[in-house]
Write a protein that binds this ligand. Structure first.
Ligand code: KG4
Ligand code: ZN
Length: 357
């Protein structure tokens, strides 16, 4: 089966070509530079950019894969959650292609795709999701599911933070999520308070490497709470008041590095502690993590350290597959299409508020 996958839920236009568990191409065109000017994603601009970029990105993906549209056996697109007008571009284009080719179409839950992205093992240098359009003619093999189940999965992105129990392939249950801001949002908003450009996560990661994580003691919300829920708005408020009361700190680059390291340590501490606790409580010995924040070096390091201490296996999504990409959409779609059942109707609608169960 050769499958075309489209992802346009937020600010990356991405198209991938998948064949039997291998990613033949995964092209990502990021709009980050466009939205940075506004300090966050502007939904209307995002949708227009997707309209402008989708065909060139699809053409680049098909060219990189060496596949003609007529050779496609199925089409998949992100159905939700996401920005409505942005979702609509990829979802409706996908349905139109499937209709024109007379092939099955499958709508994919964006977080479910993140959830299974650590199961994709890169066989070669992975595609880089960065600014501009990048073709990636590398093959990515789908991992052996048996190595992964059951597991506790942390999904941490700009829009969501959740802990999921994965019992087996495509059988999962969300145990907890954020009550307010997502972890990525916390990185981005606290970074903004420190004068960093949107999205601040990657800059905080970089600056924190030269800072002292114990320099400032920021709150670790819900750390002691027995639930699998998160809350990051209190941390953001603590940083806001701290910066208001100590504006002089932002004038010294060393202090900014210390601030970044301290804020990052608070976020990472909560994420790692609660993930490990959930794994222990559910008696599973495997942990996975995915979503944009999983690019964070401290998070990757601390998860590795904690899992080694507990004797848990750890599978982190490849850095290039942490941020939004169509490869994860296509890989999941292929697994779904391999299951028995009637093809999905072509008149399905986007689900901007779709909640992962
Ligand atoms: O998964 P993603 O690309 O988009 C959503 O579905 O939200 O995640 C984007 C988020 C942003 O908040 C960004 O700041 C954060 O991931 N992020 C990072 C890093 N790289 C991206 N946060 C911390 N450290 C990083 N290295
Ligand atoms: Zn995402």
């Amino acid at each position: 089966m050769t499958l075309l996958a489209l992802e346009t839920s937020c600010d990356e236009t991405s198209v991938a070509v998948i064949r039997e568990g291998a990613v033949l191409a995964n092209v990502v065109s990021s709009q980050v530079a466009l939205h940075a000017e506004y300090g966050g994603v502007v939904p209307e601009l995002a949708a227009r950019e997707h309209l402008r970029n989708l065909i060139p990105v699809a053409r680049a993906a098909l060219d990189a894969a060496g596949v003609q549209p007529g050779q496609l056996d199925a089409v998949a697109a992100t159905q939700g959650p996401g920005l409505p007008n942005a979702l609509m571009v990829g979802f409706k284009a996908g349905q139109a292609v499937a209709y024109a080719l007379g092939k099955p179409f499958v709508g994919i839950h964006h977080h479910e795709a993140h959830l299974y992205s650590p199961w994709i093992q890169t066989a070669a240098p992975a595609p880089r999701a960065g600014q501009g359009t990048e073709a990636s003619p590398v093959a990515v093999a789908f991992a052996n599911f048996a190595d992964f189940q059951p597991n506790i999965s942390l999904i941490v992105s700009g829009g969501h933070t959740m802990i999921v129990l994965v019992e087996s392939e495509l059988k999962h249950r969300v145990l907890g999520g954020t009550l307010d801001d997502a972890a990525g949002e916390c990185f981005d908003k606290t970074g903004k308070l420190m004068g960093l450009a949107y999205p601040a996560g990657p800059d905080i990661d970089r600056l924190a490497e030269q800072g002292n994580p114990a320099a400032y003691d920021f709150p670790r919300p819900l750390l002691q709470d027995a639930s699998d829920d998160f809350s990051f708005s209190g941390l953001k408020t603590a940083v806001r008041y701290f910066v208001r009361d100590h504006p002089e700190l932002l004038e010294d680059a060393r202090n900014v590095c210390d601030l970044c390291a301290s804020v990052q340590a608070a976020i990472v501490d909560v994420l790692v502690t609660k993930t490990i606790r959930a794994a222990r409580r559910n008696g599973v010995r495997c942990v996975t993590a995915s979503g944009g924040v999983t690019c964070n070096r401290a998070l990757r390091r601390e998860l590795a350290r904690a899992c080694a201490r507990e004797g848990f296996a750890l599978h982190l999504a490849d850095r290039a597959l942490c941020t939004d990409n169509a490869a994860m959409i296509g890989i999941l779609a292929e697994r779904k299409l391999m299951r028995p059942g009637p093809p999905a109707p072509l008149d399905g609608e986007i689900q901007p508020g779709w909640i992962l169960a």
